[in-house]
Design a protein around this ligand. Structure first.
Ligand code: MN
Length: 486
């Protein structure tokens, strides 16, 4: 499913106490609110007005229906009037979909001349939503709280971003990852508990032999390869005459894509240590697959492969990345990979180049080379802490690389991490963040925090205000809390 295929159910809290006329007005106002949200252009998914909850059975009925609906990616609740929360307990204990508590009010201001007790009883989310908030807190139910007037663009944008996180939760729970070979020998951070990951995030991570990929490559026709080469010509500049090398990459891409699609996989990993029967490490093959939304992780890093797919689902310009080397004088990190940087990060038209690869003992592979664009973004890393997963997100400011680097044969992005390189790297290392990350211009920390909350994994954010001494304490307490939580 695409993100726009999902819908969110709008459920309004009330009760019978105020009489039929009030309930009619609640429904009328709520339908107007939903219609305008759908027309505002800030939401990636449709909002469906569902019903007014007036009884416990009514709440439970809606939640049961939502749990079984494939299209429904979450519910949005709003208490237009007071809605006693004991009648929500059974429903909320059954709720399996993401929940947004929208604390808004139909009217922006208080009408000085008209206001009377009828008005007060109708427009009382100020305390109705507090009752609703209490039961969420009392039941320890994870929920997103958005506060503000529903016509304000910044409020609508907040809802829109949460929708992406909530839809990504469903994408995540259906995600399959294809591993070609194991992960790179002796590396710790690319390891992880696949059973734990599947329980928490839904990822089905399994392996396929590289030999099967080589057999698939042998079946790729010249016509298929010609078409792929035409696609490369339309998207990229050729800075090589070595067409045979590029054609080999085209065959790799076609074969990998066929295997991924046959198995329903949206992410894959491979490793330069296991290329048995292959002449080149996939370079442009992998890069062009990432452009089409597939997640990828190098050195067998299936966690980052899957996270790349999830973040690409939330925001297209998201890509597998690796902190490579520093400019310590200017506080900058240069990110790249040995080949596999997604062209969605590119500032201009990527070039296809062929260069030898110092690692992996194969023929020189064709790859896309480019500079990343400037702009605000994040880097995100998912690590296995033993018994739980931790998602670490750092705010970054990407800049145009300060030098041209004519001898660097890979795509590169340069950024300044928050709060600065030294403090940011200290915090990152303190939290155990990996060298492999997903860099995104389209996902922000709030979206990833929402995703982590929905999936029930630990979230660590390094931003402009983060201090190592505070973070150290936070991590210490978090460790104890997660162990108690079990
Ligand atoms: Mn790597």
């Amino acid at each position: 499913m695409k993100i726009s295929d999902y819908e969110f159910w709008f459920v309004v809290g009330s009760q019978f106490l105020y009489g039929a006329e009030t309930l009619r007005q609640v429904e009328k106002n709520s339908r107007i609110l939903v219609d305008e949200l759908n027309a505002c252009g800030k939401l990636p998914c449709k909002v469906v007005y569902k019903d007014i909850v007036k009884t416990a059975d009514g709440a439970t009925g809606i939640v049961n229906e939502a749990n079984f609906s494939e299209d429904c990616a979450g519910i949005i609740t709003f208490c237009h009037t007071f809605s006693p929360s004991k009648m929500w307990i059974n429903a909320l204990s059954l709720l399996q979909k993401p929940w947004l508590h929208f604390h808004t009010q139909f009217n922006l201001t208080i009408p000085n001349d008209e206001i009377d007790m009828d008005y007060m009883n109708l427009h009382q989310s100020a305390h109705g939503d507090r009752e609703h908030g209490f039961i969420g807190a009392r039941m320890r139910k994870p929920r997103k709280i958005v506060v503000g007037y529903w016509k304000k663009p910044e409020v609508q944008e907040k809802i829109g971003k949460w929708m992406k996180s909530a839809a990504a939760a469903d994408f995540s729970r259906n995600l399959k990852v294809m591993r070609f070979g194991d992960n790179m020998r002796e590396v710790a951070v690319t390891e992880g508990d696949k059973v734990e990951v599947q329980m928490k995030l839904g990822w089905q991570v399994n392996t396929w032999p590289v030999g099967a990929l080589v057999e698939e490559m042998d079946l790729v026709t010249e016509a298929e390869t010609d078409a792929k080469m035409d696609e490369y010509r339309s998207l990229y500049d050729f800075a090589t005459d070595d067409m045979e090398t590029v054609r080999y990459q085209a065959k790799e891409e076609i074969a990998i894509r066929k295997m991924l699609d046959r198995e329903g996989c949206k992410a894959f990993s491979n490793t330069f240590q296991d290329l048995y029967g292959m002449k080149q490490l996939p370079g442009i093959a992998t890069q062009n697959l990432m452009r089409q939304g597939y997640g990828y992780g190098g050195e067998g890093d299936w966690k980052v492969a899957a996270l790349t797919a999830v973040m690409k689902f939330m925001g297209e310009r998201s890509a597998f990345m690796e902190d490579y080397t520093y400019d310590l004088e200017n506080g900058l990190s240069l990110g790249a990979h040995m080949l596999e940087v997604c062209p969605s990060l590119s500032d201009g038209k990527p070039r296809i180049e062929v260069h030898p690869l110092g690692i992996g003992d194969r023929e020189p592979p064709a790859r896309l080379v480019f500079e990343g664009r400037a702009g605000k973004g994040v880097v995100a890393s998912l690590v296995d802490m033993g018994g739980r997963l931790r998602l670490i997100v750092q705010d970054i400011e990407c800049i145009k690389p300060t030098q041209t680097m004519p001898n660097l044969p890979v795509a590169r992005v340069m950024w300044r991490p928050e709060p600065d390189l030294e403090t940011g790297a200290e915090c990152w290392i303190l939290a155990g963040g990996a060298h492999h990350t997903v860099l995104s211009y389209d996902c922000d920390a709030e979206m990833l925090r929402d995703f982590a909350r929905i999936m029930d994994i630990e979230f660590v954010h390094i931003d402009k205000d983060t201090k190592p001494e505070t973070l150290e304490k936070e991590l210490f307490f978090s460790d104890i809390a997660w162990k108690l939580k079990g």
